[in-house]
Design a protein around this ligand. Structure first.
Ligand code: GMT
Length: 376
């Protein structure tokens, strides 16, 4: 099949899932076209079976806000016609599903058709998508897609709750490359960070407010106060980083915390980690938790959104109520102090991650493409 994938190019969430899906589909012999406003972070090497198309935003004196949605729709029309796309799969509803609808309308006038599939990822539904500024358009555009998928049961239910969706939403969870995300020996790295053999607690995110990075620092302070020799690795960057840094100054424990910034090879950091902490205020899936689990790292997460579908209470880690720092610190301490418990949870985490294995999930997408194509 010739498959068009539209996504955001950013490091986090939907852009990563879309690009890894494109690679997985290309590995099965499909021809992929990735459309975005910049080269996706995970599209890092040349391949003859994946073509990247950058949406060109011509500037014009009248355009204080250049109309990206229109430029994107125009590119969709061109690719559907000239690259003969069999499927157009858009990731994140805003504005991709809307541009796809417009492209379909234009193609109707040219007696040309392509099925459009929209994958809902998270804030396109739970936050910005349901904001009154966009809600009517998002609702309409999702209903106009030929197929709709969501990355968790939670997100599916939230979409039905927040919008008036007439379509059936299929849950296709996010996935993981088990060969890339596995525990590997990085002893030199561990030794450099923890010369005294301290435990490593890791957090990875884009440091937006929703990630509650100051909760990570506060919970880590509890771990230290509970007598665990440990270091905290904060991976990523974003608007809340300064607050997190201030928090560790305020708690006078900056010597135990390292802010590593954005890291391409996050699996190397996870390989030396003993525990992963993700206390988010909203998370429809929690890909970062799955990446940690795939590297055999137990997870302490908040008990919200799609996280309980990934991190299983008492098996792969623990879940705490939102903002319950005492619980986060206590549960983390329990795992870090008990070697047997840690080993059991680490093994369970990897086993759980195997259920989200890339190839398995790519097959589900492939089958879904065929199913939607056959309904047109
Ligand atoms: O909102 C974000 O953090 C980015 C967002 C995205 O769509 O790019 O992430 C969401 O999608 C990820 C991939 O499906 C999920 O793993 C994240 O849980 C989800 N984030 C939120 O719901 C906050």
């Amino acid at each position: 099949m010739n498959i068009g994938i539209v996504c955001y190019p950013t490091f986090g969430g939907s852009g990563v899932v879309a690009t890894e899906l494109a690679k997985g589909l290309a590995n099965r012999g499909h021809n992929l076209h990735i459309i975005s406003y910049a080269q996706p972070a995970r599209l890092d090497s040349f391949r003859t079976d994946i073509t990247y198309h950058e949406v060109d935003l011509s500037s014009y004196p009248l355009f204080e806000y250049p109309p990206y949605d229109l430029a994107l729709a125009n590119m969709m029309v061109n690719l559907i016609q000239f690259a003969k796309l069999d499927i157009l799969h858009v990731h994140y509803a805003i504005p991709h599903a809307t541009s796809a609808y417009l492209a379909k309308q234009i193609l109707n006038t040219k007696a040309s058709k392509v099925p459009v599939i929209t994958t809902l990822h998270g804030t396109d539904i739970t936050l910005i998508g349901s904001d009154p500024t966009y809600k009517q358009v998002v609702d309409f555009s999702i209903n106009q897609s030929d197929g709709v998928t969501a990355v968790s049961e939670y997100l599916k239910n939230e979409t039905y709750r927040l919008f008036d969706i007439k379509k059936e939403i299929k849950v296709i969870p996010n996935f993981i490359d088990l060969d890339r995300f596995k525990k590997s020996k990085k002893e030199h790295f561990k030794k450099a960070i923890c010369p005294e053999g301290e435990k490593i607690v890791t957090h990875v995110s884009n440091f937006r407010e929703v990630k509650r990075v100051t909760d990570v620092v506060a919970a880590f302070d509890q771990i230290l106060k509970n007598g665990v020799q440990a270091k905290l690795l904060m991976v990523g960057d974003g608007p809340e980083r300064a607050k997190a840094e201030n928090k560790c100054r305020e708690l006078k424990m900056c010597d135990h915390v390292r802010f590593l910034g954005k890291q391409d090879q996050v699996e190397e950091v996870l390989s030396v980690s003993d525990l992963f902490m993700i206390p988010s205020g909203s998370e429809t899936f929690g890909l970062a938790a799955l990446e940690a689990m795939s590297c055999s790292v137990p997870v302490i997460s908040s008990n919200i959104g799609g996280l309980p579908e990934v991190n299983i209470q008492g098996e792969t880690g623990y879940l705490c109520e939102l903002g319950d720092i005492e619980c986060l610190g206590r549960c983390a301490t329990e795992i870090l102090k008990d070697e047997k418990l840690h080993a059991r949870m680490a093994a369970n985490a990897r086993k759980r991650a195997e259920m989200f294995e890339l190839d398995k999930i790519v097959t589900i997408y492939e089958t879904y493409y065929e199913e939607i194509k056959s309904t047109l």
